[in-house]
Write a protein that binds this ligand. Structure first.
Ligand SMILES: Cc1ncc(COP(=O)(O)O)c(C=O)c1O
Length: 449
């Protein structure tokens, strides 16, 4: 639909005339007008229904329009819709306690933000002030948000147009067994070599200058990269050796997405700071935050923390987080995510890999999976080049478009299709969505050489 199409509705026309969208060339957009949703489904103005295999931006973990979450927001709105961060208020206190109870180790304090980028921004602020050092190491294959510091941390091409960025950020290569930067031929080798590379990076940057290493324990947008055994424990050990803080960016991987409350729990590693957002309340109201170890928090016992936000700990957001955590527990969503990954998504993706020559690799855990598409399984040449756009990206866009025609919305990035449905998606819907993908992937097979 275009804005002069007779089918264009007021919502569509006003959007095209007045809404300036994220990450887009504005004139090229043709958005769906979504008017409702329930569970894993959303629908448009004409009543066309779509199965949401991306949980929107990988955040609607409890699904759309959960009645208990809606009720909690309505109830809080009726009681106290807003209050400044300087006051204590029941919804905020309870949300902080519940989140601290979920976090590992002595991560007991929560600084609330409006989203993930602000969480990372404040995590590096905390780390720099706590250590008195100014550098932060971040992975090349990463996304950490679009504010000044967070986009500087980001390793992917979204950083480029924002450079020169915040000084003091140094990027390193994390593990990626399928495309090893270290020519590793096994997971054990990948772990050893990735850790040796990080140790060298720390050595040449000067450990006494480095405040923190930040990483996504399971890398999200940049590939659903599950770290090989021993990697995260090794990073923790390097940080301990040099007095460097470890920041886990759990914005996308946390809150059940990986079949754990926090993805890093899977490896039993305790970071110093955890950044969260997205799945904490499924985005029904904007919310993020940093969970802070007692040791770091103590730095600011008598010393002022020089950061703040008008909406830090907004009551509607916090009430929704309290309700969301209750829903996770009542419905066993963390366990469900793990089970669906192990028994449905993983096995079906393995079958797709057997059937489709364009599928080079499938990987993931919980309800967080990627299908990596190639032109040639032997050489692993990606189906589309790194950071492909326009005509170069067409082979992947065709797959996404074919899925959409059949009512399935999927997220793609570079040469990958991600399978990241709401944690409440029924097994039947999961299988139906994967069957649509199976069909759509034949288009990718046509490009195999
Ligand atoms: C790992 C990670 N960190 C941070 C962010 C930024 O979060 P937000 O868009 O809420 O600022 C994202 C968003 O996709 C993310 O995936």
């Amino acid at each position: 639909m275009t804005s002069d199409d007779p089918r264009a509705t007021p919502a569509y026309r006003d959007d095209r005339a007045h809404v300036f969208h994220s990450w887009s060339a504005q004139a090229t957009l043709d958005p769906l007008v979504i008017t409702g949703g329930e569970g894993a489904w959303i629908w448009d103005e004409s009543g066309n229904r779509y199965l949401d295999f991306s949980s929107q931006l990988m955040n609607v973990n409890i699904g759309h329009q959960h009645p208990k979450l809606i009720a909690a927001i309505q109830e809080q709105a009726g009681r106290l819709a807003t209050i400044a961060p300087s006051h204590a208020t029941p919804a905020r206190s309870e949300a902080a306690r519940l989140i601290a109870e979920l976090a590992p180790g002595d991560l007991d304090m929560v600084f609330f933000t409006n989203g993930g980028a602000e969480a990372n921004e404040n995590a590096i602020r905390l780390a720099k002030l706590h250590t008195g050092r100014h550098k932060v190491l971040a992975a090349y294959r990463s996304y950490h948000g679009a504010t000044g510091g967070s986009i500087a941390l980001t390793g992917d091409p979204r950083r480029w147009p924002n450079e020169p960025a915040m000084p003091g950020i140094v990027h390193f290569w994390g593990p990626y067994p399928y495309r090893s930067a270290f020519h590793a031929t096994s997971e054990a080798e990948e772990t050893d070599r990735a850790l040796a590379h990080l140790a060298d990076t720390i050595m040449v940057e000067g450990p006494q200058t480095i405040a923190a290493v930040i990483l996504e324990p399971v890398v999200g947008t940049n590939g659903i990269l599950v770290p090989p055994p021993g990697y995260l424990a090794g990073v923790r050990a390097l940080c301990d050796q040099h007095g460097i803080l470890l920041i886990a960016d759990e914005v996308m991987a946390g809150f059940g997405r990986c079949g754990e409350w926090f993805s890093i729990d899977r490896w039993g590693v305790v970071p110093d700071l955890i950044c969260f957002a997205k799945g904490v309340n499924s985005g029904y109201v904007p919310l993020g935050g940093v969970i802070i170890s007692q040791t770091v928090a103590d730095t600011f016992a008598q010393r002022v923390f020089p950061g703040g936000l008008t909406y830090s700990g907004h009551p509607l957001a916090c009430a929704s987080a309290v309700a969301s955590i209750g829903i996770f527990k009542e419905e066993g969503l963390v366990e469900r995510s793990r089970a669906m990954g192990d028994t449905v998504i993983g096995p079906v993706l393995d079958e797709l890999k057997d059937r489709h020559p364009a599928v080079g690799d499938v990987r993931g855990l919980g309800m967080f999976w990627a299908i990596e598409l190639v032109r040639d399984r032997e050489t692993r040449e990606p189906l589309v080049p790194f950071n492909a756009a326009g005509a170069d990206a067409a082979p992947v866009a065709e797959v996404v478009g074919a899925a959409k025609k059949q009512g399935l919305l999927v997220f793609s990035h570079f040469n990958r299709i991600h399978v990241v449905p709401p944690l409440v998606t029924t097994e039947d819907d999961l299988r139906a969505g994967l069957a649509i993908l199976d069909d759509a992937l034949t288009l990718a097979d046509a490009h195999v050489t």
